[in-house]
Design a protein around this ligand. Structure first.
Ligand code: OOG
Ligand code: NI
Length: 461
């Protein structure tokens, strides 16, 4: 088949993301309520804060905002993870970053599947936080054997999706009809199954070891456990949730409120209690929940080190984990500590704390080719020939992810697995190396600088 008949992976991803949202809305009606709240608040922000709207227009994020979401799944075996990677590859999603959550008491390690180029991200920024269960951390050999045995028997992919994955690997793409079938077939992997694969007693055993183990092992597939829209004002969401009948978690994860947001701020509502049919009895399971996030600037290694230091200092000063009882105190401490992080794009750029995108301005274009124009980036910025905006963070934060896992699993789910990062084992299971997100941001920044220089007819280092 000629390559021009193939649908682009970006378009398949956009279709899949929309189909996933529709499915989740049917499965978890509260998700629909959340979407409505997010859309309401985003419109308010766009209307009331013209500078925010303007920045989003510069970067083009305004066009992707309504379809921006991330999902999360947890798989049970190396084979499942490797096949998920092949499935996501059909949609142009590659594994980015390695997250060790064992140090936070969750026996998984993870990556984020997403598009990596800014043009692809502009078409669809859909991402899936994907965790692999680490049975090797479970110090209970009979239970580990039981879990392995149950997982070995399940097939989380439909026969047709496996065929289509292989077909695209062989031919290099899928035509429109096959792409549509692919989207529908792939959805099955992420569906909720009311029917568990285990007896009530087996479920209890798995659950007693760790709730997460039951969630991964006892079901037919890695149901999507949340689908997170992007808001422009998470504080307004946090305040607005109760009025919509959605109780939020105690604190917003991530950095404090800022004029120029950095990285990622997230909040969530507690998991739903859902009816489950075990192979021998009725019961219930809590797995799926809702989450909302606000995204800000991607930080350089220097900016990230500062973020990590300030967050650590905040947590140390709190003397415990953030919860209902100390939520206000935590917020105060967070704001106090982060006062050290400049809340100004010019300062953040000068100090090398964040990545940026550069744009040729009307003025710059009008003066293209003039001999007396400035020749340095700083000079062009000062002269108003170049405009810059922060590059948006496309990834996740391990401390926040752990907080989200915990609030969703319940505070009783604390466990101690020590710190057990094992990126090599994860990549061996995945069958691929995970990409370095910082290198991706640096590349994106460099491309924007080059495009800007070309538009202005200058050379910028
Ligand atoms: C994933 C939790 C991490 C986030 O947004 O940080 C996550 C999970 O609960 O499976 O989704
Ligand atoms: Ni999430």
């Amino acid at each position: 088949m000629p390559a021009h008949d193939f649908v682009s992976p970006d378009s398949i991803r956009a279709q899949f993301s929309a189909a996933m949202s529709l499915m989740y809305k049917q499965e978890v009606p509260l998700y629909g309520t959340l979407l409505a709240l997010v859309s309401e608040i985003n419109q308010q922000v766009m209307a009331q804060q013209p500078e925010v709207a303007q920045a989003l227009r510069w970067t083009g994020e305004v066009e992707r905002l309504d379809q921006e979401r991330h999902g999360a799944i947890r798989v049970g075996t190396a084979e499942e993870l490797a096949t998920i990677a092949r499935l996501f590859a059909v949609m142009g999603m590659e594994p980015v970053g390695y997250y060790d959550l064992s140090s936070a008491g969750v026996p998984v390690h993870s990556t984020a599947f997403r598009a990596v180029h800014e043009q692809a991200l502009h078409i669809s920024p859909f991402r899936v936080f994907t965790s692999l269960l680490r049975l090797e951390l479970i110090d209970n050999p009979p239970l580990r054997a039981l879990a392995q045995d149950i997982l070995a028997k399940r097939q989380i992919f439909t026969p047709r999706v496996l065929e289509l994955i292989a077909q695209r690997e062989r031919d290099g793409g899928l035509n429109a009809a096959d792409a549509e079938t692919f989207v529908q077939e792939a959805l099955h992997t992420f569906r909720w199954h009311q029917q568990a694969t285990v007896t009530a007693e087996q479920y209890q055993q798995l659950h007693d070891q760790h709730r997460l183990i039951a969630d991964v092992v006892a079901f037919k597939g890695p149901h999507i456990n949340h689908l997170t829209p992007r808001t422009l004002d998470i504080d307004a969401i946090q305040v607005g949730m109760p009025a919509k009948g959605i109780p939020p978690k105690a604190v917003v994860e991530g950095p404090p409120t800022r004029r120029h947001p950095i990285l990622l701020r997230q909040t969530s509502f507690k998991a739903l209690q859902e009816k489950v049919a075990f192979s021998d009895a009725q019961g219930s399971h809590t797995a799926r929940f809702g989450e909302i996030e606000q995204r800000g600037a991607a930080l350089t290694p220097k900016g990230r080190a500062l973020y990590d230091r300030l967050l650590d200092a905040t947590r140390a000063a709190l003397n415990g984990v953030p919860a209902e009882t100390n939520a206000e105190h935590y917020k105060t401490l967070l704001a106090q500590h982060f006062a050290e992080f400049p809340d100004d794009l010019t300062l953040m750029r000068e100090q090398g704390l964040a990545y940026f995108r550069y744009f040729a301005t009307e003025k710059g274009l009008a003066e293209r080719g003039r001999q007396d124009r400035p020749s340095t980036l700083q000079g062009l910025i000062d002269a108003g020939h170049v405009h810059f905006e922060a590059l948006v963070y496309e990834d996740f934060l391990p401390v926040s992810a752990a907080g989200i896992f915990q609030s969703n699993l319940g505070d009783d789910a604390q466990a101690d697995y020590g710190s057990n990062a094992n990126r090599d084992a994860f990549e061996a299971a995945l069958g691929l190396k995970v990409q370095d997100e910082l290198a991706l941001y640096a590349q994106s920044e460099r491309r924007s600088l080059q495009a800007c220089a070309q538009a202005l007819g200058v050379t910028l280092a």
